[in-house]
Design a protein around this ligand. Sequence first.
Ligand code: ATP
Length: 288
Amino acid sequence: MLYIKAPAKINLTLDVLYKRPDHYHEVDMIMTTIDLSDRIGLEARQDGVIKIISADRFVPSDERNFAYQAAKLVQDTYKIKEGVSITIDKEIPIAAGLAGGSSDAAATLRGLNELWNLNLTIDELAELGAQIGSDVPFCVYGGTARATGHGEKIEELPTPPNCWIVLAKPKIGVSTADVYGGLRLDGVVHPNTAKAIEAIDNKDYEALCKSLGNVLENVTLKLHPEVSMIKEQMYRLGADAVLMSGSGPTVFGLVDSEARTARIYNGLRGFCDEVYTVRLLGERNTLA
Ligand code: ATP
């Protein structure tokens, strides 16, 4: 069995510039991988079948699964006769704004490149990934990057200043499509992406804290007021900056002290059923 790590991402910024005639949104976002990961296991099979195995009952076991779609796309594109059993051990919460499904697809692409001896470059894998979902190309590369276009244009960034990250997810799943559907761009406050990049380049933690922003946050807050309550609690417990990731509902707080991180984690645990303390994953992916 070939195992590949599929890390979650958070958005340090998420901006939507306009809606395109092809119905995609033109986005500009800074994403970074964190050390909360699913584990993908790949085992070749001779019967040509793609089989998804997961103990998590919320993980689709058919063609709705992004890892399945990744394997099917590779099979069809490169006329592969072999099949694969894909075991997905979930640790990333589902429908949380952490790109769990996209990361599983990206890890499957990287793993199949090795299992089926495809010899594709990481750029070619990212191009395939864009056909599955807008966050998949970023997940193929990992590390920290600015993603533009509909998410498929990736520009590598340095690792952000070192800090702890507390994640809290209320007991709701959010549909990304519903949140984008509810977004009205008139009067929206756009994050200052250039400032956030400058803060990352300068490893300036305080400046980074001041430049976080997500245009989808207010849409999700209106749909799910519990997300606001978690944000308030995180600030009250001492986080330096707090933001919703992706379309939510997961909220993350940045903290530069281990003692405060423990206080926030413990304070939130009575209040919210899924809470994690994680670190940034600095390195970019190499091919599996
Ligand atoms: P993003 O941040 O990219 O918008 P998300 O983290 O909010 O994504 P996912 O965890 O990827 O959301 O789940 C969204 C939906 O995708 C789920 O409702 C689930 O049915 C479906 N899905 C497909 N493949 C997977 C997978 N491998 N793991 C989890 N969910 C999957």
